[in-house]
Design a binder for this molecule. Sequence first.
Ligand code: PLP
Length: 336
Amino acid sequence: MLAGAMTAMSFMSAGAAQAQGELVMYCAVQEEWCRAMTTAFERETGIKVSMTRKSSGEIYAQVKAESQNPRADIWWGGTGDPHMQAAEEGLTEAYKSPKMSELQDWAVRQWEQSKERTVGIYSGALGFGYNTELAKSNNIGELKCWADLLKPELKDEVQVADPNSSGTAYTLLATIVQIMGEEKGFEYLKALHKNVNQYTKSGAAPAKATALGETTAGITFLHDMVTMVVDKAPVKVVAPCEGTGYEIGSMSIIKGAKNMDNAKKFYDWALTADAQKLGAEAKSYQVPSNKNTPVPPQAPKLSDIKLINFDFAKYGSSAERKRLLSKWDNEVKNLP
Ligand code: PLP
């Protein structure tokens, strides 16, 4: 009995010692950037990172499902809305990093609005891109506005993600509702549905499909399309003429994290200019939240884009996000 208890204790303390050197991270940006962050943090601290890449809405669902026995310590990246929803639902931990004074106002506002439970790490505007070769060969003409994506010539030629899994696509849903009003906005999304060939799981997938000529147009964050242009794909990046929404990519610490100290270490490090530089190196061209991180020259200039006054508190609230997603499922996704 005693021997059994001793064995259990020594097993537990070995486990605890090992746990000090680990960090479990859920990552919602592009795989390349997730991997670059993992490697750099491991090199800097010796802490072993176990990283899983999923889309924003999928991570939220997983964090919620695991809330009684959290597996992850840190949720890094992806659009702010599910981070805000998780904050409201008490799934994430309040934390004030010593790095807060180095951040842009929009990043700090996100942290204040979430009662210190999530912080802005980058920003980027929504829009679309189209394959100029396909547009030319199919006589589609220039595409400049959200309204242009309803052209009958684009039947089955527009790709976008599913807003349940993808933060990019939820940003589209919230953007259209804010620009057009809810009734007209849903009319627009239903009309768009006629041209959609596929609702993908991940928000950036339509950028790759546009570059490869698998679809004429793809709705994504502009920086995801810029990555394709940098890789020399025949893609034109469009900031829609009616105006557009934007994201505040965010980071949260999971409530009850087993490696809480390491989660805080990662959080502080991820807000530094040096860590944020890794984005552009991995060909992710968002606007970083640390004022000292150089803005990549390829990043779409937010000041040149007609940005709406996006209501992050409203569209990140649990009730509104649930309501809009279920309305989209009922009224748009299941249309023939
Ligand atoms: N990749 C990039 C480059 C992003 O900016 C974002 C949004 O934060 C995402 C991925 C999120 O992807 P998803 O729409 O699949 O949730």
